[in-house]
Design a protein around this ligand. Sequence first.
Ligand SMILES: C=CC1=C(C)c2cc3[nH]c(cc4nc(cc5[nH]c(cc1n2)c(C)c5CCC(=O)O)C(CCC(=O)O)=C4C)c(C)c3C=C
Ligand SMILES: [Fe+2]
Length: 434
Amino acid sequence: MQTLTGKAAAYKISRRGMLLGTGAIAALGAALGGAGGFKAGHSYGVAKAQVEADVMQISYPIRGTNQPGILTPQQQQMHTAAYTITTDRKESLIRLLKQWTLAAERMMNGELIGQYKTFRDVPPDDTGEADGLGPAALTVTFGFGKTLFVTEDGKDRFGIKHKMPKELAEGIHRMAAEKLDPNHCDGDVVIQVCSEDPMVALHAIHNLTRIGFGTASLKWSQLGYGRTSSTSTAQKTPRNLFGFKDGTNNIKAQDPQSELNQHLWIQPGDTPSDWAVGGSYLCVRKIKQFMEVWDELVLSEQEAIIGRNKITGAPLSGGDEFTQPDFEKKGEDGKPLIPEDSHVAVVHPSHNSGARMLRRGYNYMEGNDKLGRLEGGLFFVAYVRNPQTNFVPVLANMVGDAMTEYLQHVASGLWIIPPGLKDGQDYVGQTLFE
Ligand SMILES: C=CC1=C(C)c2cc3[nH]c(cc4nc(cc5[nH]c(cc1n2)c(C)c5CCC(=O)O)C(CCC(=O)O)=C4C)c(C)c3C=C
Ligand SMILES: [Fe+2]
């Protein structure tokens, strides 16, 4: 096993030593959106190609206080996979976590994960489909499910049950509008891969799954294309499949550290023996959106259901996209301008004991059903410090949400996210096993 090299810089663009930082994605948006004033034709084509090439060179480090892929500027592509650990031997699990960590670091650096072209008489270590593409802002984020700590029949196979936080053990209870497929829920280990390039994301899960053969078997996997949140103020707010701006009032990397500590990162005293300080919880809901029904609602109905203007994203109480909603403000008819059962009113922190979450979801589209209806929706992803205060009650409140009629929750999952890899550590989650 080779040791990890680590990276001191928060992130880098290797080619031409050009640092773009969180503005890189904004620069891409500005150039591609024409905001920078590029004229049509040759110069636009050259600029677009240049920005795309630069984005392919963005790389993030695996080492740090927190894992990458959470507060990292949200990338456009996602491939998330959940695995069943098929061994009962702790040493085999740790060996797998070391191999996964090393492979993740290599791929995040834009490197191949082992010998690829050298020996013609053995299968190459790397599956190869991202050769030459660059790191493309790849992040690999690991999480541990309840069943890694204790199996469904109560077995403590890795001797870590005493380190399972009660917030994970409680899970996510049954909710309104759900028809969950158990084969697509939870999992012993989850790996969330995000990138600006679809092939780079697919390649990472392909390689990691291959490394797991014999120790970890793929339970389910999910592709997401088109982010539905922003995690940095430098990013333009994207839209979801109902056509609304999504991710406006999200936790962002630029928020005060005190706010991030209160709502996002696990703090001392939160988990047994503090093994997960600097970690978080990953809460997932795969939500089918009934687009054909939604698309026939008149614009004002759609806006009343969300509580925001469809074009600008501003709250119906007025202002611009980033004005805070005023739930007291009434219209001429004496009713609140933002309906009480609108999505924004139901999930807003002011109606949920101040609870906030970092949303990091993706649109998905998986063909169509037998009646020709699109099979698509939102792969909802939220990171929180405590799922039982910051996620589950908000989700439960959606029973009174006017949008719920147009949704069906089809999958669900909860995992604890270990902290970032520290110097001297050689696998993600090491503090859990020591
Ligand atoms: C339990 C948490 C949430 C689920 C599930 C959820 C599903 C869901 N949301 C949209 C569309 C929008 N959501 C918006 C805001 C918003 N949503 C949640 C939580 C859940 N959404 C929160 C906490 C917030 C922020 C509320 C606030 O502080 O103002 C918005 C408005 C724009 C924004 O701020 O992002 C939209 C639009 C869909 C379509 C959906 C399920 C498919
Ligand atoms: Fe929402």
